[in-house]
Design a protein around this ligand. Structure first.
Ligand code: B12
Ligand code: SF4
Length: 488
């Protein structure tokens, strides 16, 4: 049988609780968007490539056998994504299984979390042959072309003569126009993937637009400061608007969905970029529902109007994370950490203007509120909660579509809160890969509020208290979505 050159497997979060999570958001079945680009590049270089989404396959067929699938396609390289740390247990168990039954396959990991934990993983798990650290476009092609010259593969950490060798990170993508990130047909059961992501998980297909972020939100592993350390990226790069629209057109042409999620946010410096994309979408007459996150305020009224007239306004969503609705806490945070992280340095007026502009243009707003910020006291949390309730009640009285959500935070590996936790009044658990795997196995992590998980405490709130507040407040927020669904 002809060998498949490259098989990517998107792993489940864990195998222990997979059955309870199938077809739910907590199955974590979204595939890293870069993976489609890698499979596309491999094909264009003349190699055969597929993406298998394990949690999706199990959701479609409870008796799905990975062993039988691997037997059929006989892959030379099996790459498992460990982009999100929540997949630590599932990713490592998948590769262990692959090596056990198909010892001839080259077992590979990649993604942010695999990069952060690369040495620990290589030293503890001899069934992992290599990890591509950081961006993988050039390394994956090099690996496909010659597996006898591993020392020449950029960004690879691998084994030689029983020793771990690290080539270091020399490749950081400077252009991402050439890959095609929307060739969804490279994913097994791609139609079902798009439909399940959208309907069951509420996650429209994510469109790749950029690499990196210019901001330093303290809980984010993809912040500028962290990107420099983890993947050696020191500047944000963007795809050209025309290539973004090419991908959107290719995605729509697949015929399964007309909904997308923009993979980069809007903030003052990206308004012009999005405006160019919007114009191309209008010029092409593409009928599209879009979801966009505002990464910083203000977002100008002109931009919101432009966005609303480009996309299906009744179903498009503009997201924003105020983090705290309490202006008092925001000021406190900004005084302490604002020189570094300015995410809380907006005024109530900017927040309300933003919501009212989106509402005046008929769109839905979803606002994320986080719990357990540094030095947030019970009084801060109470003010935060009362203000959130006011926003909900105001929206309902005026028949506005504003939903408010909170979920407990998991500290991302290598983020600022992880690196400097004790200096910031936090105490983070699960810092090593071993602990991430154990955390992954411990809980079913069903959707809030039934099974919430956090991995840190603050000076004012224990993990237990964060957990309880989340359970209690969740119902208020759940209720905020009633008008979002009712008022059209
Ligand atoms: C857009 C985005 C999303 C989108 C879409 C993501 C998608 N389909 O890729 C949505 C909203 C769906 C999302 C969801 C989640 N996200 Co998110 N997301 C982002 C964001 C803002 C940008 C990601 C990005 O630009 N990627 C760039 C693309 C091109 O890279 P890529 O897909 O990773 O692929 C490249 C490499 O990583 C590598 N690679 C990836 N996989 C593999 C596998 C192999 C074998 C190889 C060789 C290489 C390789 O090669 C690719 C090409 O170079 C980042 C923040 C940031 N600034 O980065 C957070 C971020 C990545 N997300 C994060 C998290 C935690 C999540 C969730 C777990 C949140 C949750 N609790 O639900 C979920 C997971 C969903 C799931 N598995 O089902 C964290 C990850 C931290 C960590 N180390 O674990 C980040 C860093 C934000 C944060 N708060 O810290 N996310
Ligand atoms: S959370 Fe902050 S740092 Fe992370 S991607 Fe969003 S805006 Fe950038």
């Amino acid at each position: 049988m002809k060998k498949l050159d490259l098989l990517f497997i998107h792993p489940p979060r864990n195998y222990e609780h997979l059955k309870a999570n199938l077809n739910k958001r907590s199955s974590f079945m979204i595939v890293p968007m870069g993976l489609v680009g890698l499979a596309d590049l491999a094909e264009r270089e003349g190699f055969s490539a597929r993406i298998l989404n394990y949690p999706l396959e199990r959701g479609l067929d409870k008796r799905f056998s990975l062993r039988a699938y691997l037997g059929r396609c006989n892959p030379a390289i099996v790459g498992v994504d460990l982009h999100w740390a929540v997949h630590s247990a599932g990713a490592i168990d998948t590769l262990r299984f692959v090596k056990k039954h198909f010892p001839g396959a080259f077992t590979l990991l990649g993604g942010y979390s695999a990069t952060w934990y690369a040495r620990e993983i290589m030293e503890a798990h001899d069934f992992v042959d290599g990890i591509v650290q950081g961006d993988a476009e050039v390394p994956i092609v090099q690996l496909l072309k010659d597996r006898r010259a591993l020392d020449k593969v950029a960004n690879l950490i691998y084994r030689e003569g029983g020793k771990v060798k690290d080539n270091g990170i020399s490749y950081v993508a400077q252009e991402i126009d050439s890959p095609n990130f929307a060739r969804v047909k490279l994913i097994e059961h791609w139609r079902e993937y798009i439909e399940t992501s959208y309907h069951a998980l509420r996650n429209p297909f994510c469109i790749e637009m950029a690499r990196g972020c210019p901001f330093n939100c303290i809980f984010c592993g993809g912040a500028e400061y962290c990107m420099r350390r983890i993947v050696k990226r020191d500047e944000v790069i963007f795809r050209s608007p025309a290539r973004v629209v090419d991908d959107i057109k290719e995605f729509i042409a697949a015929g399964t969905s007309k909904a997308i999620f923009f993979g980069h946010g809007v903030y003052p410096a990206t308004e012009a970029y999005f405006t160019q994309i919007n114009k191309l979408i209008r010029d092409e007459g593409i009928d599209l529902q879009a979801e966009l996150e505002a990464w910083r305020l203000p977002v100008s009224r002109a931009f919101i109007e432009d966005f609303a007239r480009t996309y299906d306004r009744t179903r498009s969503i503009v997201w924003f994370s105020p983090r705290s609705f309490s202006a008092t806490y925001r000021k406190k945070f900004t005084t302490m950490f604002g020189a570094f992280d300015d995410s809380l340095s907006f005024s109530d007026k900017q927040l309300y203007d933003f919501i009212l502009d989106c509402q005046a243009n008929g769109m839905i707003n979803v606002l994320f509120w986080d719990m357990g910020y540094p030095h947030e006291t019970a009084a801060d949390a109470f003010r935060n909660y009362v203000k959130a309730v006011k926003v909900i009640l105001y929206g309902q009285a005026k028949k506005k579509r504003v939903g408010v959500i909170t979920e407990p935070m998991l500290v991302s590996p290598g983020c600022i809160a992880d690196l400097f936790d004790t200096k910031m009044g936090l105490r983070v658990r699960d810092k090593s890969f071993k602990e991430q795997v154990a955390l992954g196995r411990r809980t079913a992590m069903r959707v809030s509020p039934w099974d919430v998980v956090s991995n840190y405490r603050t000076t004012h709130f224990s993990e237990r208290v964060l957990y309880l507040i989340n359970k209690v407040t969740w119902f208020t927020y759940g209720y905020s979505f009633v008008p979002v669904m009712l008022f059209h």
